[in-house]
Design a binder for this molecule. Structure first.
Ligand code: MG
Length: 371
Protein backbone atom coordinates (compact mmCIF):
# COMPACT_ATOMS: atom_id res chain seq x y z
CA UNK A 1 0.00 0.00 0.00
CA UNK A 2 1.17 3.53 -0.75
CA UNK A 3 0.19 6.99 0.43
CA UNK A 4 -1.30 8.93 -2.48
CA UNK A 5 -2.46 12.15 -0.80
CA UNK A 6 -2.30 14.04 2.48
CA UNK A 7 -4.76 16.85 3.11
CA UNK A 8 -5.11 19.20 6.04
CA UNK A 9 -8.18 21.36 6.27
CA UNK A 10 -9.47 23.80 8.79
CA UNK A 11 -12.98 24.02 10.17
CA UNK A 12 -13.92 27.06 12.19
CA UNK A 13 -17.05 28.51 13.73
CA UNK A 14 -17.85 32.05 12.50
CA UNK A 15 -16.73 33.80 15.70
CA UNK A 16 -13.70 32.65 17.70
CA UNK A 17 -13.28 34.08 21.22
CA UNK A 18 -10.01 34.44 23.11
CA UNK A 19 -10.89 31.84 25.72
CA UNK A 20 -9.22 28.49 26.43
CA UNK A 21 -11.63 26.61 24.19
CA UNK A 22 -10.05 24.58 21.39
CA UNK A 23 -13.44 23.41 20.12
CA UNK A 24 -14.09 26.67 18.26
CA UNK A 25 -11.92 25.54 15.37
CA UNK A 26 -9.94 22.49 14.34
CA UNK A 27 -7.56 21.08 11.78
CA UNK A 28 -8.45 17.73 10.25
CA UNK A 29 -5.92 15.51 8.52
CA UNK A 30 -6.93 13.01 5.86
CA UNK A 31 -4.42 10.56 4.37
CA UNK A 32 -5.42 8.63 1.24
CA UNK A 33 -3.90 5.43 -0.12
CA UNK A 34 -3.83 3.54 -3.40
CA UNK A 35 -5.94 0.81 -1.72
CA UNK A 36 -8.86 3.23 -1.35
CA UNK A 37 -8.47 3.24 2.44
CA UNK A 38 -8.10 6.60 4.13
CA UNK A 39 -7.18 7.67 7.64
CA UNK A 40 -8.52 10.61 9.67
CA UNK A 41 -7.13 12.65 12.52
CA UNK A 42 -7.69 15.88 14.36
CA UNK A 43 -5.03 18.04 15.99
CA UNK A 44 -5.40 20.22 19.08
CA UNK A 45 -2.99 22.94 18.03
CA UNK A 46 -2.76 26.15 16.00
CA UNK A 47 -4.71 24.98 12.92
CA UNK A 48 -3.04 27.20 10.34
CA UNK A 49 0.47 26.22 11.44
CA UNK A 50 -0.35 22.50 11.31
CA UNK A 51 -1.81 22.91 7.84
CA UNK A 52 1.25 24.82 6.72
CA UNK A 53 3.60 22.11 8.01
CA UNK A 54 1.77 19.60 5.82
CA UNK A 55 1.19 21.75 2.73
CA UNK A 56 4.43 23.69 2.41
CA UNK A 57 7.01 22.91 -0.26
CA UNK A 58 10.33 21.38 0.73
CA UNK A 59 12.96 23.84 1.89
CA UNK A 60 16.01 21.72 2.66
CA UNK A 61 16.54 18.21 3.97
CA UNK A 62 15.67 19.05 7.60
CA UNK A 63 12.76 21.37 6.88
CA UNK A 64 10.61 19.56 4.38
CA UNK A 65 6.87 19.80 3.93
CA UNK A 66 5.19 16.78 5.52
CA UNK A 67 3.01 15.84 2.55
CA UNK A 68 6.09 15.73 0.39
CA UNK A 69 7.81 13.35 2.86
CA UNK A 70 4.79 11.04 3.03
CA UNK A 71 3.79 10.63 -0.61
CA UNK A 72 4.63 7.12 -1.84
CA UNK A 73 5.45 5.71 1.62
CA UNK A 74 3.81 2.57 3.03
CA UNK A 75 1.16 3.87 5.50
CA UNK A 76 1.39 0.70 7.61
CA UNK A 77 5.05 1.46 8.44
CA UNK A 78 4.12 3.77 11.32
CA UNK A 79 7.45 3.54 13.15
CA UNK A 80 9.50 4.06 9.97
CA UNK A 81 7.36 7.01 8.93
CA UNK A 82 7.60 8.62 12.37
CA UNK A 83 11.41 8.51 12.27
CA UNK A 84 11.54 9.75 8.69
CA UNK A 85 9.12 12.62 9.39
CA UNK A 86 11.15 13.66 12.41
CA UNK A 87 14.43 13.52 10.50
CA UNK A 88 13.01 15.56 7.63
CA UNK A 89 11.40 18.29 9.80
CA UNK A 90 13.48 18.67 12.96
CA UNK A 91 14.30 22.33 12.33
CA UNK A 92 10.69 23.16 13.09
CA UNK A 93 8.94 20.03 14.41
CA UNK A 94 10.89 18.96 17.51
CA UNK A 95 8.04 20.47 19.56
CA UNK A 96 5.08 22.84 19.23
CA UNK A 97 2.83 22.90 16.18
CA UNK A 98 5.31 20.91 14.06
CA UNK A 99 5.27 17.99 16.51
CA UNK A 100 1.50 18.35 16.74
CA UNK A 101 1.32 17.91 12.96
CA UNK A 102 3.45 14.76 13.20
CA UNK A 103 1.10 13.54 15.95
CA UNK A 104 -1.97 14.01 13.74
CA UNK A 105 -0.35 12.28 10.78
CA UNK A 106 0.60 9.36 13.01
CA UNK A 107 -2.97 9.15 14.31
CA UNK A 108 -4.37 9.01 10.75
CA UNK A 109 -1.86 6.26 9.84
CA UNK A 110 -3.06 4.11 12.75
CA UNK A 111 -6.62 4.64 11.49
CA UNK A 112 -5.50 3.30 8.10
CA UNK A 113 -3.72 0.36 9.70
CA UNK A 114 -6.81 -0.64 11.68
CA UNK A 115 -9.06 -0.33 8.64
CA UNK A 116 -6.64 -2.31 6.46
CA UNK A 117 -6.55 -5.15 9.00
CA UNK A 118 -10.23 -4.86 9.89
CA UNK A 119 -9.60 -4.35 13.62
CA UNK A 120 -10.03 -1.47 16.07
CA UNK A 121 -6.85 0.40 16.90
CA UNK A 122 -6.88 -0.90 20.47
CA UNK A 123 -6.19 -4.38 19.09
CA UNK A 124 -3.09 -3.04 17.36
CA UNK A 125 -1.94 -1.49 20.62
CA UNK A 126 -2.07 -4.85 22.39
CA UNK A 127 -5.74 -5.33 23.17
CA UNK A 128 -8.31 -3.81 25.50
CA UNK A 129 -7.88 -3.75 29.27
CA UNK A 130 -11.37 -2.20 29.37
CA UNK A 131 -14.18 -1.63 26.90
CA UNK A 132 -16.05 0.98 28.90
CA UNK A 133 -14.74 3.89 30.89
CA UNK A 134 -16.25 6.35 33.35
CA UNK A 135 -16.18 9.96 32.12
CA UNK A 136 -15.54 13.20 33.92
CA UNK A 137 -16.80 16.44 32.47
CA UNK A 138 -14.24 19.12 31.67
CA UNK A 139 -15.24 22.78 31.38
CA UNK A 140 -13.87 26.30 31.66
CA UNK A 141 -13.90 28.00 35.05
CA UNK A 142 -16.48 30.79 35.07
CA UNK A 143 -16.16 34.11 36.94
CA UNK A 144 -18.76 33.72 39.70
CA UNK A 145 -19.86 31.25 42.34
CA UNK A 146 -23.43 31.31 40.98
CA UNK A 147 -22.20 30.33 37.54
CA UNK A 148 -20.09 27.51 39.05
CA UNK A 149 -23.21 26.13 40.73
CA UNK A 150 -25.26 26.46 37.55
CA UNK A 151 -22.66 24.55 35.54
CA UNK A 152 -22.37 21.79 38.14
CA UNK A 153 -26.14 21.35 38.20
CA UNK A 154 -26.38 21.45 34.41
CA UNK A 155 -23.68 18.87 33.69
CA UNK A 156 -23.71 16.49 36.62
CA UNK A 157 -27.25 15.19 36.03
CA UNK A 158 -25.66 13.03 33.31
CA UNK A 159 -23.89 10.94 35.93
CA UNK A 160 -20.27 11.94 35.38
CA UNK A 161 -17.70 10.78 37.92
CA UNK A 162 -16.76 14.37 38.52
CA UNK A 163 -16.08 17.76 37.04
CA UNK A 164 -12.95 19.66 36.13
CA UNK A 165 -12.91 23.44 36.07
CA UNK A 166 -9.96 24.96 34.28
CA UNK A 167 -8.46 28.01 32.65
CA UNK A 168 -10.73 31.09 32.81
CA UNK A 169 -9.06 33.57 35.19
CA UNK A 170 -7.60 30.95 37.54
CA UNK A 171 -4.31 32.13 39.01
CA UNK A 172 -5.09 35.85 38.89
CA UNK A 173 -6.78 36.17 42.31
CA UNK A 174 -6.04 33.27 44.64
CA UNK A 175 -8.71 34.30 47.21
CA UNK A 176 -11.41 34.49 44.56
CA UNK A 177 -10.26 31.17 43.07
CA UNK A 178 -10.72 29.50 46.45
CA UNK A 179 -14.26 30.84 46.67
CA UNK A 180 -15.00 29.29 43.27
CA UNK A 181 -13.50 25.96 44.34
CA UNK A 182 -15.60 25.98 47.53
CA UNK A 183 -18.73 26.80 45.50
CA UNK A 184 -17.96 23.86 43.22
CA UNK A 185 -17.57 21.44 46.11
CA UNK A 186 -20.75 22.70 47.75
CA UNK A 187 -22.73 22.26 44.52
CA UNK A 188 -21.20 18.83 43.83
CA UNK A 189 -21.73 17.35 47.26
CA UNK A 190 -19.07 15.30 49.03
CA UNK A 191 -18.77 12.25 46.77
CA UNK A 192 -18.03 13.43 43.22
CA UNK A 193 -14.56 14.20 41.93
CA UNK A 194 -13.47 17.82 41.65
CA UNK A 195 -10.41 18.77 39.61
CA UNK A 196 -8.87 22.22 39.04
CA UNK A 197 -6.74 23.06 36.00
CA UNK A 198 -4.56 26.09 36.67
CA UNK A 199 -3.35 26.20 33.03
CA UNK A 200 0.24 27.02 34.14
CA UNK A 201 -0.84 30.31 35.75
CA UNK A 202 0.69 30.07 39.21
CA UNK A 203 3.78 32.26 39.33
CA UNK A 204 4.98 31.91 42.95
CA UNK A 205 5.64 28.70 44.83
CA UNK A 206 4.46 29.61 48.35
CA UNK A 207 0.96 30.86 47.39
CA UNK A 208 0.64 27.77 45.17
CA UNK A 209 1.51 25.53 48.13
CA UNK A 210 -1.06 27.31 50.32
CA UNK A 211 -3.70 27.03 47.59
CA UNK A 212 -3.12 23.29 47.23
CA UNK A 213 -3.55 22.77 50.98
CA UNK A 214 -6.78 24.80 50.89
CA UNK A 215 -8.02 22.87 47.84
CA UNK A 216 -7.21 19.59 49.60
CA UNK A 217 -9.56 20.70 52.40
CA UNK A 218 -12.27 20.85 49.73
CA UNK A 219 -11.45 17.33 48.58
CA UNK A 220 -9.95 18.40 45.25
CA UNK A 221 -8.78 15.24 43.50
CA UNK A 222 -6.11 16.87 41.39
CA UNK A 223 -4.51 20.18 40.56
CA UNK A 224 -3.47 20.26 36.91
CA UNK A 225 -0.54 22.15 35.41
CA UNK A 226 0.11 24.48 38.36
CA UNK A 227 3.28 25.92 36.80
CA UNK A 228 4.84 26.28 33.38
CA UNK A 229 5.83 22.81 32.28
CA UNK A 230 9.40 23.85 31.52
CA UNK A 231 9.95 23.72 35.30
CA UNK A 232 9.65 20.02 36.17
CA UNK A 233 11.54 20.53 39.47
CA UNK A 234 8.77 22.82 40.73
CA UNK A 235 6.17 20.17 39.92
CA UNK A 236 8.15 17.55 41.85
CA UNK A 237 8.65 19.87 44.83
CA UNK A 238 4.94 20.74 45.00
CA UNK A 239 3.89 17.15 44.54
CA UNK A 240 6.05 16.09 47.51
CA UNK A 241 4.56 18.78 49.71
CA UNK A 242 0.81 18.45 49.15
CA UNK A 243 -1.84 15.82 49.94
CA UNK A 244 -3.62 15.99 46.57
CA UNK A 245 -2.64 14.75 43.10
CA UNK A 246 -0.56 16.89 40.76
CA UNK A 247 -1.07 16.27 37.04
CA UNK A 248 0.36 17.43 33.71
CA UNK A 249 1.11 16.14 30.25
CA UNK A 250 -0.92 17.93 27.59
CA UNK A 251 1.89 20.40 26.86
CA UNK A 252 4.59 17.74 26.66
CA UNK A 253 5.87 16.49 23.32
CA UNK A 254 8.30 13.69 22.58
CA UNK A 255 9.19 10.72 24.70
CA UNK A 256 12.07 12.53 26.40
CA UNK A 257 9.83 15.14 28.03
CA UNK A 258 7.54 12.45 29.43
CA UNK A 259 10.57 10.48 30.62
CA UNK A 260 11.83 13.55 32.48
CA UNK A 261 8.49 14.05 34.18
CA UNK A 262 8.34 10.41 35.24
CA UNK A 263 11.98 10.17 36.36
CA UNK A 264 11.80 13.37 38.42
CA UNK A 265 8.52 12.30 40.06
CA UNK A 266 6.65 15.39 38.83
CA UNK A 267 3.13 14.00 38.61
CA UNK A 268 0.70 11.55 40.19
CA UNK A 269 -1.24 11.21 36.91
CA UNK A 270 0.10 11.74 33.40
CA UNK A 271 -2.09 13.42 30.76
CA UNK A 272 -0.62 13.09 27.26
CA UNK A 273 -2.67 14.48 24.38
CA UNK A 274 -2.49 12.10 21.43
CA UNK A 275 -2.57 14.98 18.97
CA UNK A 276 0.46 16.65 20.56
CA UNK A 277 2.65 14.01 22.20
CA UNK A 278 3.78 12.40 18.94
CA UNK A 279 0.64 10.40 18.17
CA UNK A 280 -0.26 6.83 19.04
CA UNK A 281 3.26 5.64 18.17
CA UNK A 282 4.67 7.76 21.00
CA UNK A 283 1.55 7.34 23.14
CA UNK A 284 2.20 3.60 23.28
CA UNK A 285 5.79 4.18 24.44
CA UNK A 286 4.61 6.72 27.04
CA UNK A 287 2.14 4.10 28.30
CA UNK A 288 4.96 1.56 28.67
CA UNK A 289 7.14 4.07 30.52
CA UNK A 290 4.31 5.18 32.80
CA UNK A 291 3.53 1.56 33.62
CA UNK A 292 7.15 1.00 34.71
CA UNK A 293 6.95 4.10 36.92
CA UNK A 294 3.52 3.01 38.21
CA UNK A 295 1.93 6.31 37.19
CA UNK A 296 -1.60 6.11 35.74
CA UNK A 297 -2.53 7.87 32.51
CA UNK A 298 -5.71 9.90 32.01
CA UNK A 299 -5.24 11.42 28.56
CA UNK A 300 -5.92 15.05 27.79
CA UNK A 301 -8.91 15.35 25.44
CA UNK A 302 -10.49 18.72 24.72
CA UNK A 303 -11.52 18.81 21.10
CA UNK A 304 -14.24 17.27 18.91
CA UNK A 305 -15.37 13.66 18.72
CA UNK A 306 -12.57 12.86 16.29
CA UNK A 307 -9.77 13.28 18.82
CA UNK A 308 -12.05 11.70 21.45
CA UNK A 309 -12.39 8.58 19.26
CA UNK A 310 -8.61 8.20 19.11
CA UNK A 311 -8.35 8.86 22.84
CA UNK A 312 -10.91 6.13 23.55
CA UNK A 313 -8.91 3.57 21.54
CA UNK A 314 -5.80 4.53 23.52
CA UNK A 315 -7.68 4.36 26.84
CA UNK A 316 -8.88 0.84 26.02
CA UNK A 317 -5.23 -0.24 25.75
CA UNK A 318 -4.10 1.35 29.04
CA UNK A 319 -3.85 -0.83 32.13
CA UNK A 320 -5.74 0.92 34.90
CA UNK A 321 -7.07 3.85 32.87
CA UNK A 322 -9.42 5.58 35.25
CA UNK A 323 -11.43 8.16 33.36
CA UNK A 324 -12.17 9.74 30.01
CA UNK A 325 -11.89 13.53 29.91
CA UNK A 326 -15.17 14.48 28.25
CA UNK A 327 -15.05 17.96 26.78
CA UNK A 328 -18.06 19.91 28.02
CA UNK A 329 -17.78 22.85 25.63
CA UNK A 330 -20.95 22.76 23.56
CA UNK A 331 -19.83 24.18 20.23
CA UNK A 332 -20.99 23.09 16.79
CA UNK A 333 -17.67 21.30 16.23
CA UNK A 334 -17.49 19.54 19.59
CA UNK A 335 -21.01 18.25 19.06
CA UNK A 336 -21.36 17.60 15.32
CA UNK A 337 -18.00 17.11 13.55
CA UNK A 338 -18.46 13.31 13.46
CA UNK A 339 -21.41 11.22 12.36
CA UNK A 340 -21.76 9.24 15.60
CA UNK A 341 -20.93 11.50 18.55
CA UNK A 342 -19.56 9.75 21.62
CA UNK A 343 -22.42 9.15 24.05
CA UNK A 344 -22.19 9.19 27.83
CA UNK A 345 -24.69 6.86 29.47
CA UNK A 346 -25.02 6.68 33.24
CA UNK A 347 -21.62 8.33 33.39
CA UNK A 348 -19.89 5.75 31.18
CA UNK A 349 -18.70 5.63 27.58
CA UNK A 350 -18.58 2.40 25.59
CA UNK A 351 -15.38 2.10 23.55
CA UNK A 352 -16.28 1.26 19.93
CA UNK A 353 -14.79 -1.76 18.15
CA UNK A 354 -15.23 -0.57 14.58
CA UNK A 355 -12.10 -0.87 12.40
CA UNK A 356 -9.42 1.79 12.86
CA UNK A 357 -10.43 4.74 15.00
CA UNK A 358 -14.04 3.87 14.16
CA UNK A 359 -14.97 7.42 13.25
CA UNK A 360 -16.43 9.23 10.23
CA UNK A 361 -16.69 12.93 9.59
CA UNK A 362 -20.07 14.58 9.32
CA UNK A 363 -19.55 16.09 5.88
CA UNK A 364 -22.47 18.53 6.30
CA UNK A 365 -20.64 20.11 9.23
CA UNK A 366 -17.34 20.07 7.35
CA UNK A 367 -18.89 21.69 4.26
CA UNK A 368 -20.55 24.38 6.31
CA UNK A 369 -17.59 25.36 8.50
CA UNK A 370 -14.57 24.66 6.33
CA UNK A 371 -12.51 27.78 5.69
MG1 MG B 1 -5.32 21.10 31.06
Amino acid sequence: MKITDVQAYIVRQPEVSLIGDGTQDSVIIRIDTDAGIYGLAEVDSAPYLVKQAIDMPDSHSAQRGMRSVLLGMDPLATEVIWDELYACTYYYARGGAGMHAISGIDMALWDIKGKALGVPVFQLLGGAYQRRIPAYISILMPQTEDEVKRLVDYHMVKGYSGIKFGWGNLGEDMAHDLKLVRAARKALGPDKLLMIDIAMNWREYKPALDACHAYAQEGVYWVEEPFRVEQPELFAKLRDAVPLNITAGEELSSLQEFETYLQKGCVDILQPDLSRCGGLTIGKKIADLAKRHQVPIIPHNFKSGLLMSATLQYIASLPGARYLEYCGQETVLSRSLITEPVVVQDGYVEIPDRPGLGVELNMDTVARYRV
